[in-house]
Ligand binder design. Sequence first.
Ligand code: SF4
Length: 373
Amino acid sequence: MRITIPHIGNMYIAFRSMFNGVGVEMVVPPPTSKKTLSLGVKYSPEFVCLPFKLTLGNFIEALDMGAEVLIQAGGPGLCRYGYYARDQEKILKDLGYSFEMVTTELFESKIVGVANLAKRLSNNAPFTRIASAMRFGMAKIAAMDDIERTVHQVRARELQKGTATRLYREAVQAIDDAQDGRTLKSVTKDYTGRLRAVPMNTEIEPLIVGIMGEFFIVLDPFSNMDVEIELGKLGVEVRRSAYVSHWLKFSLFLNAFGISEKDRIHQAAQPYLKRDVGGDGWESIGEPILHRGEYDGMVHLAPFTCMPEIIAQNIMPTIKDRLPVLTITCDEQMGRSGMLTRLEAFVDLLWKKRTSRQMERAPEGRVFSVGLK
Ligand code: SF4
């Protein structure tokens, strides 16, 4: 049985490791590309959001490579993404593909559901083997996320632009190749050390910009046109609102005990939005309030036609004392040069804001100069 999952950032690495660990072959679709996007756009209803189109494109490419079982997230608590598996199944069957569609129902069944799914797909592998494969997959995701956090710091300060990104790509490959926990630990240590040793400008205090918005787009560099790398090139340190390891830890385990990683964000959003509106809309209101005084600004990534993010975007201008926010609407019409122009203008404004704040606080006669990168 050859299974596949659509791309969301590097999540396939953890899933491949987990499924290979229980003897199930996983077909990884080619990295999401313009071809993936045009396939998705061609066979999707026009009004659906980018995650639908891209994951449909991933499925078509995986089916062409021989995938037989498609795994898609599903169930309540997921905005309309919860229905996507059924719609995509119908579209793909109409196209003549033969396969089984399986949904994870992550929010309802949590860790037990994923373990049961692995058991069924692996032809009854023992739970001890499943648990160890899952642990190793999660460890890979955690290692990638830790390295990525370091990359965000280094990118903003590195003297030779592009070094951190190159090391990060090498690290991801090495983590993917690691076959046991020991190798994984040594690879993580090695690349963290190499990143810390990158020659950096230690004099500057980079702008801190948060990346928030819809989960899929925040995690998927193709959808957001490498917004983190582009901000890094402008000398900005990025703080991302979502990491897969963190999300999995809460979704699979801690939420089952009533512990939510989002309580603080929801609390901050309360005066403006009192309830969940699906997707990540509630969080997009809370983030720029929660992090004021800590970040210089935030980039809000919102897929076109995404109702939760549209709600958030419309509430945002009414928020008092929030951070400056640049909303970028992402869809198949988005162009890289348009996005870069807006990022440059936003960064320019943030520098001016920081400079004027420093001037206000400066003792008389003292002049501050803040260089734009
Ligand atoms: S949150 Fe928005 S973009 Fe994401 S799947 Fe739901 S509707 Fe689509």
